[in-house]
Structures are given as structure tokens and as C-alpha cells.
Write a protein that binds this ligand. Structure first.
Ligand code: GLA
Length: 389
């Protein structure tokens, strides 16, 4: 995210220098998967990889975007954005602008240059990173401040209303609220965010399986619907239940007969995963890194067997990571169906472990797997690089 030539590249593309540059991170989720849309808890961290957006106002009311990594460009009048109709990435950029306008924010026309170093479509929230990067840039040009929860909700609405993915709030809150050196315990019902310092003795490894996330959209929405139908059936016994967040293991054991076998497995994952998030934060507070790692391993098993969102590559990568000296725990991260694994490793072993895992994974699967030792970073923010005229 630190290309010193980025402002010059903007000038070369648009004929004038940018007014501001936004850095918007990706995120890795340490534990708490598929709990956010069940009103539960998650524990992600913002990454030091992400999206950069350079921006300048235009006076003709047009939104003109160059996506450097894709070698593509897009342009549309703000008055006629039609965000659902464009190809892939343009839906996110136009969608952010369209929702900001419909919320009553007076946006100027803008030139945007977008670049970054986050693996795209790998479960590291490249879309949330893009949404919040564009939102912060457009709001910065407009001179409007939006608080971080509102920014996160805006990004989630782009997914839900424009892209058609019924995703939860985790990714956008992590991208909006990241704190360097910390993971974030997020209560996805109240949106309360508590930064928790990551221990100096451990490092987070991000392991990209390079397995395509094929079923991600449709199977994701299906999982969410299965959770909602489980809640509807459990409400017959306990009308006060609003989401699987309100169900504990004892209640599920007593009333689970009301669910079909698939719903029961989905509910079992969510109920146990919520508990694992709270237990893992307690383990960190107690300095129990081995305990944290064991909870990551239990999370992966539950995602594989009960939630059924893993796959052969992710399982192979987790197994290779767990067999590597210094690795304390590993699990798939993000929605699943391909994408990335997150692992926790002893700081002294982290670099060697990352190299060894990537090499063994490539040899075992033939896929171009990659490993990063990642630092937890700050959330999306902009620096103004020239005064507003
Ligand atoms: C995706 C979604 C999130 C969350 C995760 C699974 O990243 O965008 O809202 O549901 O999957 O934990």
C-alpha cells in the first residue's frame, strides 16, 4: 500500500494531481466465522495489505475511475450511476456513490485511481476494503465526516442491496475500525468494537490457498437462510430468540429435534463458534496462546463438518500448517469455499513457518499458494495531500 509513485500515476491518468489518498485495509478473521449475520461475535484484525484510492474533484458531475490492477476504467454521470448493471468491480464503486447520494450526501464529481496489494477474492475482504476506500475518498472530497459504524453499514448495504450478497457486518467494521497491533472483538448485535492487543510473542500468518471461491455467493446466502429457518423453528419453543446468538448449547440440545439435520448442523456450528470467540479472547488475556490455537483448530473442524464451507485445498493447507514447527493453530478464514487460511505462530518461528508451509502446499497441490506474516493495521483513513481549492 506504499507505492511512492502513486500520486504521479494519478496525475498521468487524469492530468492533475490528487487531492487526497485513502488507505483502506483488508481484514483477516482470527476466529468467529459465519457468526456475524447471526448477531454473534467475531474477532478480526485489519491487515497491512489493502486498497489505496487517490481522488480529485471534477466539476462536470461525473465519476471516473481507473482500476490499476485490472487495467480497466469506468465512467458515469453521478446522476445516472445504474450501479447494478456494470461489470464486477464497478458495482462496488458506483454502488458506494449511489448509496451516499441517495442518503443525501452532496458528492462532487470525482476522478479515482484505485490500486492495492491485497489478494483479490481470497477471503481477505477485498470488496469491503474497496467499498470503504471509495466511501472515505468521496466523503473526503465532499468535506463530509461519517462515523465509522455508519461507514461500515454503507459498505454492507452495497453488498446486500447492490451486489446481492447477504453478508454480515464483520468485514466492513474491521476495515473501518482497525487498530494497529490489535484484533477487534466485535459484538455484531450492538456493533460494540473492543480492540484487544495481539501478544508480542505471536504472529498472524495469512495463507492463501489460491483455490477459487466458486460457490461463494449462492452457498453463502443459502447458509444464512438455513440459520434463519433454524431460528424460526426454535422460536416455537422460545419466542424470545431473535437470532442464533440467543441460543446456547443446552437450549440446542433440548430443542434441536425441531430442526432438520442440516439446520441442526448449521446451528451447532454457530452456537459453538460464538462460545469459541469469547473463550479465545479469554485465552489471549490469560496469555494462553496454545489454548487460542486449539480453539482455532476446533473452529476449522466445525466449519468443515457442520457448516460445510471448507474444501480439499483449505483442509490440506490447515493440515500442513498444523504440522509445521511453531504453529499454534490454523483455520479457514472468511466465508470459505476456497480463499485463505489464518494461522497463529510463535513470533520466533513465523517467517520460517510461512515459507515452509507455502512450499509444502505448492508441492502437495500444484496450486500457487502464498504465505504472509501479517501485522494488524489501522482502519480506513485518508491523508489530504493538497489543500482543497
Ligand atoms: C464473509 C462475509 C462476512 C462474514 C464472513 C464469514 O466475509 O462478508 O460478513 O459472514 O464471510 O464469517
Amino acid at each position: 500500500m506504499n507505492d511512492p509513485t502513486f500520486p504521479e500515476r494519478f496525475t498521468a491518468a487524469f492530468g492533475a494531481p490528487p487531492e487526497l489518498i485513502v488507505r483502506s485495509p483488508g481484514r483477516v478473521n482470527l476466529i468467529g466465522e459465519h457468526t456475524d449475520y447471526n448477531d454473534g461475535w467475531v474477532f478480526p484484525a485489519a491487515l497491512d495489505m489493502g486498497t489505496v484510492v487517490a481522488a480529485r474533484r471534477r466539476d462536470d458531475g461525473r465519476l471516473c475511475t481507473v482500476a490499476a490492477r485490472l487495467g480497466e476504467a469506468d465512467a458515469a454521470p453521478l446522476a445516472d450511476l445504474c450501479p447494478r448493471e456494470g461489470p464486477g468491480w464497478t458495482r462496488y464503486v458506483r454502488g458506494v456513490a449511489a448509496l451516499l447520494l441517495s442518503d443525501g450526501h452532496p458528492l462532487p464529481g470525482a476522478d479515482l485511481l484505485i490500486d492495492g496489494d491485497l489478494p483479490l477474492g481470497s477471503g481477505l475482504s477485498s470488496s469491503a476494503s474497496l467499498e470503504l476506500g471509495v466511501a472515505v475518498a468521496l466523503l473526503g472530497l465532499a468535506g463530509v465526516a461519517l462515523e465509522r459504524t455508519a461507514l461500515a453499514r454503507l459498505g454492507q448495504r452495497v453488498e446486500n442491496e447492490i451486489v446481492g450478497l447477504q453478508s454480515g457486518i464483520m468485514d466492513q467494521l474491521a476495515v473501518a475500525c482497525g487498530v494497529a497491533g490489535h484484533a477487534l472483538l466485535i459484538d455484531c448485535r450492538s456493533y460494540a468494537v473492543r480492540p484487544v492487543a495481539l501478544p508480542a510473542g505471536a504472529r498472524v500468518l495469512v495463507l492463501d490457498s489460491a483455490a477459487p471461491r466458486t460457490l461463494a455467493g449462492s452457498a453463502y446466502n443459502q447458509r444464512r437462510a438455513e440459520c434463519e429457518s433454524a431460528v424460526a423453528k426454535l422460536q416455537a419453543a422460545r419466542p424470545d430468540i431473535r437470532a442464533l446468538r440467543d441460543v446456547d448449547a443446552a437450549l440446542l440440545a433440548a430443542e434441536g429435534w425441531r430442526l432438520d439435520p442440516v439446520e441442526l448442523r448449521r446451528a451447532r456450528h454457530v452456537v459453538s463458534e460464538n462460545q469459541r470467540v469469547l473463550d479465545s479472547v479469554a485465552a489471549l488475556a490469560a496469555g494462553d496462546l496454545a489454548g487460542f490455537g486449539a480453539l482455532m483448530v476446533a473452529s476449522h473442524r466445525s466449519l468443515r463438518d457442520d457448516y460445510e464451507v471448507s474444501g480439499p485445498e483449505l483442509d490440506a493447507l490447515v493440515a500442513i500448517a498444523l504440522a509445521t514447527p511453531g504453529v499454534l493453530g490454523a483455520r479457514l478464514t472468511g466465508a470459505g469455499f476456497g480463499g485463505c487460511v489464518v494461522a497463529l505462530a510463535a513470533a520466533s518461528d513465523a517467517e520460517a513457518a510461512a515459507m515452509s508451509i507455502a512450499a509444502r502446499y505448492r508441492a502437495a497441490t500444484g496450486r500457487d499458494g502464498r504465505a504472509y506474516v501479517s501485522a494488524a493495521a489501522d482502519g480506513a483513513r485518508f491523508g489530504r495531500i493538497a489543500p482543497l481549492a
